[in-house]
Design a protein around this ligand. Structure first.
Ligand code: CP3
Length: 339
């Protein structure tokens, strides 16, 4: 049952009655009911319990009339599912027990068999679909972004070891990217088969590459993932103003951008034959409503009610965000974009 198809229409650049809006990390710590359900467990543990994961997926939709739900999981979850030792430390992020540093370590990245390795995720999607009247988004981390955690061993600002592997051992790098691309593609196809109506590929940290390295060492693998998917896709990265054309060429019905570049300039840069998702600064949502409202109106002005805009933040909701600001934001977007 999907009644509200604004997101699907916007991704196909069709006309909409109002601009669709959802938020990356709309299920998360800014919601007290999320903190209650999660307690002090690792989020990867919570993901393995479909009833809890469905509950968390639905929580933000009970608070505000969002135009999409995103399945509650994490980009590291499929890697944990094939046996990679990884924890998600609160306030830090993913920490990998034994980082991948050389060709010999690659054996640990065996192919993903979604039905066997992550049945809980597919069950979460099937159960959530029964409760939803908006499209359900499935997602995955892209190979480069996953590699930054696997090779550097945890969150890293400069991704020094990841880039060293890329530049110093091209064969190992290609093999790593190939393995990750197969895992990610299987992961997305399985989510789609279970009922995900849209998918988002998070290449969050790809903006740390220059266009030449991106084209040679990353884009071919992203292309394999986004090519001929059965549902529309959103291709997202942070700090990618210099990579927009390359990301577009690698694929995606929509390109997701952060807040650093005005939306209309980004759109012109990669071409209005793709949809765009973004791009309010999540930091501004943590303060007083008038400031958030002013910045949100600027985003809407730049979008100019063109078909093919999906309103979102430029990155995930920050934990200190007042729920009320996001509620007002959803209403503002819907009110100001009525066609
Ligand atoms: O958007 C949603 O509501 C769906 C759930 C979702 C989570 N992670 C749950 C989560 C999504 C889409 C992700 C993607 C994800 N995970 C990305 C790509 C998006 C981005 O932010 O760039 C990345 C890089 C990760 C890895 C990861 N997981 C990080 C860096 C962190 C933050 C650690 C922290 O505490 O600051 C996580 C943890 C995480 N994943 C949380 C949630 C709700 C917070 C964990 C908690 O409950 O404490």
């Amino acid at each position: 049952m999907t009644v509200n198809d604004r997101l699907l229409r916007a991704l196909r650049r069709q006309s909409v009655d109002r601009t669709p809006v959802w938020f990356m990390r709309q299920a998360g710590r800014y919601l007290p009911e999320y903190r209650d359900v999660r307690g002090d467990r690792d989020i990867l543990e919570v993901c393995r319990e479909p009833e809890l994961a469905v509950e968390i997926t639905l929580q933000p939709l009970r608070r505000m009339p969002l135009d999409a739900a995103i399945v509650f999981s994490d980009i590291m979850q499929p890697l944990a599912a094939i046996g990679v030792g990884v924890r998600i430390e609160a306030g830090t992020g993913p920490v990998v027990d034994e980082p991948i540093r050389a060709a010999a370590d690659l054996e640990r990245l065996r192919p993903l068999e979604p039905d066997v390795d992550e049945p809980y995720l597919l069950e979460t999607i099937r159960l959530a679909r029964k409760e939803l009247s908006v499209p359900l988004i499935g997602f995955a981390g892209a190979p480069f972004t996953l590699a930054t955690y696997l090779v550097d061993g945890g969150p890293s600002r400069d991704h020094v070891r990841t880039k060293a592997l890329m530049h110093e051992d091209p064969a190992a790098w290609r093999s790593l990217m190939e393995r990750l691309a197969s895992i990610v593609r299987a992961h997305l196809d399985a989510q789609i088969e279970a009922g995900a109506q849209v998918v988002q590929l998070f290449d969050s940290w790809v903006g740390t590459l220059d266009p030449l390295d991106y084209d040679r060492d990353v884009a071919p693998f992203v292309r394999r993932i986004l090519e001929d998917l059965a549902v529309p896709s959103i291709h997202f990265g942070v700090g990618t103003a210099h990579l927009l054309r390359e990301m577009r060429d690698a694929g995606g019905d929509a390109i997701g951008i952060d807040w650093r570049m005005p939306l209309d300039l980004a759109w012109e840069a990669f071409g209005t034959d793709r949809a765009i998702q973004g791009n309010l600064d999540p930091a501004v949502c943590t303060g007083s409503w008038p400031a958030a409202e002013r910045k949100a109106l600027q985003v809407l002005e730049r979008a100019a009610m063109r078909d093919g805009h999906v309103f979102n933040l430029g990155h995930g909701v920050l934990p200190e965000t007042p729920v009320e600001n996001l509620q007002r934001l959803v209403d503002l977007v819907h009110e100001r974009t009525e066609r």
